[in-house]
Design a protein around this ligand. Structure first.
Ligand SMILES: Cc1ncc(COP(=O)(O)O)c(C=O)c1O
Length: 413
């Protein structure tokens, strides 16, 4: 064993990437094409939106980049960029404007969550996370921060509804001091927005229990159903010391590779603590400049978001039609770029090994990679997340057809 610290060794012994992502990187190659590559691997497991990438790329290519971006700047974000972010986010989904001083820019939302939690919790402390959940929170909070995620499990019986009672029961049985609740709207992996009432109930619950409330609004602008997105900033007159909002360009702009995440907080101590970590995870000056110019053009950015939402709506409609045509049950979504399929009927027994077996059969026989529900910490085996915006909708439809053949071959086995 090379000379490593205990923590270095831990990273090697339990690599933070789960199996479905490792398989994804091994298999990803030439894209699916109806004539040229009909059997190609199709990824339905990564929450990326590539449907409007060409438009963003074209817009970014028009922006002049001055040489000053090559030099050092404020590590927690260029001042002009943070001002523009405050205006853009206020206008487009927060419903009110924060000041540039209440904003920190870092390399992606995952980094924001890691550094925010570093500042508000100590090793061994707990963070409540409702499930189903985004799988990455475990790497973000448990790897370097050494926190413990305590899951508040929602049930498929009522469409995975979250209630204050579920949170209270979880808190009462937690075996560590819980410092924060991390809540995501629109939800990943459900692809649904929470209503004003639901958000107010969460805010009240967190206030009653005097814990931090981190609201991950990374899909705020990827909403296409009849339910409007409501930001926590619209539900309370002040965030106060305990509510913190996280957002990034990764999803709503389909720009996860640019690594630009944003923290909004009215807690000056939190902002200062996170800012002092920013040096280790700054967003590049080049990227900040491009994004700053992008969001400063109100008309252009509004058009981009509208077009992107229309593309998501069209893709979603085609995907649910394909699922229905193949009799694959799913939970309806109204936001983001994924939904949950219910494949419990195809498990050879109700267990996690059976879910893993089914995932692998679909991967190997249909060359299609779904996110297993186990990764999303769904508390019952047999649910899978299907992401439909990382590939063309033609490819997603073809993959659903291939998957359906595998499922049919399993029925009754
Ligand atoms: C809910 C949620 N939060 C955070 C992230 C991480 O985003 P980023 O790529 O900006 O680190 C993701 C990515 O899938 C996500 O779905």
């Amino acid at each position: 064993m090379p000379k490593l610290s205990d923590r270095g060794r831990r990273l090697i012994e339990s690599p933070p990437l789960p199996e479905y992502i490792r398989e994804h990187f091994q298999r990803a190659g030439e894209p699916w094409h109806r004539e040229r590559n009909p059997n190609a691997y199709v990824s339905l497991c990564i929450a990326e939106n590539k449907l409007h990438n060409d438009a963003l790329n074209a817009r970014l290519a028009e922006i002049d980049v001055p040489p000053r971006v090559l030099g050092y700047d404020a590590m927690h974000g260029n001042a002009l960029f943070r001002e523009r972010l405050a205006r853009f986010m206020g206008r487009s989904f927060l419903g009110r404007t924060f000041s540039a001083e209440q904003i920190v820019v870092l390399a992606g939302a995952g980094t924001v969550l890691e550094m925010l939690c570093y500042a508000i919790a100590s090793p061994g402390d707990g963070v409540l996370v409702p499930t189903p959940s985004y799988a990455g929170f475990w790497f973000d909070l448990e790897t370097r921060d050494e926190l413990k995620i305590v899951t508040a499990d929602c049930s498929s019986n009522d469409g995975f509804k979250l209630s204050p009672a579920i949170l209270s029961n979880t808190l009462a049985s937690a075996d560590c001091p819980v410092k924060a609740l991390l809540f995501t709207t629109p939800n990943n992996p459900l692809g649904t927005v929470y209503s004003r009432d639901e958000i107010e109930a969460i805010v009240d619950w967190a206030a009653q229990h005097d814990i931090h409330l981190i609201i991950d609004e990374i899909y705020a602008l990827s909403v296409f159903g009849t339910n409007d997105f409501i930001s926590v900033a619209q539900t309370c007159p002040a965030l106060g010391e305990s509510i913190h909002i996280v957002w990034a360009f990764s999803k709503d702009f389909g720009a996860s590779g640019l690594r630009c995440g944003v923290l909004i907080s009215e807690n000056t101590a939190v902002i200062n603590a996170v800012s002092s970590l920013a040096y280790w995870a700054a967003c590049s000056g080049h990227t900040q400049h491009l994004l700053s110019e992008l969001i400063n053009d109100d008309a252009n950015v509004a058009t981009f978001i509208n077009e992107s939402q229309a593309k998501l709506a069209a893709a979603y409609t085609r995907v649910i039609r394909a699922l229905e045509a193949n009799a694959i049950p799913y939970f309806a979504a109204d936001a983001a770029f994924f939904l949950i399929c219910d494949l419990r009927a195809y498990l050879d027994e109700a267990s996690w090994p059976a879910e893993r077996r089914l995932w692998r059969k679909i991967l190997e026989r249909a060359n299609t990679n779904l996110t297993p529900g186990e990764a999303c910490r769904i508390n019952e085996p047999g649910f899978f997340r299907l992401c439909y915006a990382a590939e063309t909708t033609d490819a997603v439809e073809a993959a659903i057809g291939r998957m359906s053949k595998v499922l049919s071959s399993l029925k009754g086995t």
